[in-house]
Ligand binder design. Sequence first.
Ligand SMILES: [Zn+2]
Length: 227
Amino acid sequence: MNTDVARQVSVLRETVARLHGELTRYALVAWTAGNVSARVPGQDLMVIKPSGVDYDALTADTMVVCDLNGTVVDGDGAPSSDTAAHAYVYRAMPEVGGVVHTHSSYATAWAARGESIPCWLTAQADEFGGEIPVGPFALIGGDDIGKGIVSTLSGHRSPAVLMRNHGVFTIGRDARAAVKAAVMCEDVARTAHLARALGQPLPMAQADISSLHDRYQNVYGQRPAPG
Ligand SMILES: [Zn+2]
């Protein structure tokens, strides 16, 4: 690893360790289930959570660096048991810089039914651009989960997929964006659940969904200062 790459890895170790705190802050995880990873830009490397370590014990030093086949390159612990899925996504989707996995309750309840979340909320239109889709049932261990994520999200506006009978995987241009998608996915899943429990939510027009998505993705938020 040359000095520039080592510096990038060291920053990403900090970032990925800190972002795991958002999973607990937003109550997206129980025990040690749930993980964040980041691609090292321009390298066939990623930084990911170690397997089975308490969230309170996660530090930059405990993060594991793997190549994009999931082989450990730097780190003392074994990487997350979901490493193969993260690695598959990075290999197949070069634009993705961060991946998150959770079993957050409301979103996973939709996954348990194999039911995509229809777009009933402007917040969902903003972040997901329409429904949040369901991916196939897949066993952990090989490339099946990664393949299911990539086949569902390729060409889809949603950065989140509900893997059937399992849970949520999200992608983003970086790890923070993927964590945000995981937080927003659980938020809209909860509201959609409550809305439907009490009646039939009202549909939104596709043109309005697209307009909201376009504005949020391209206009909303702080712009860099001109010049
Ligand atoms: Zn899982």
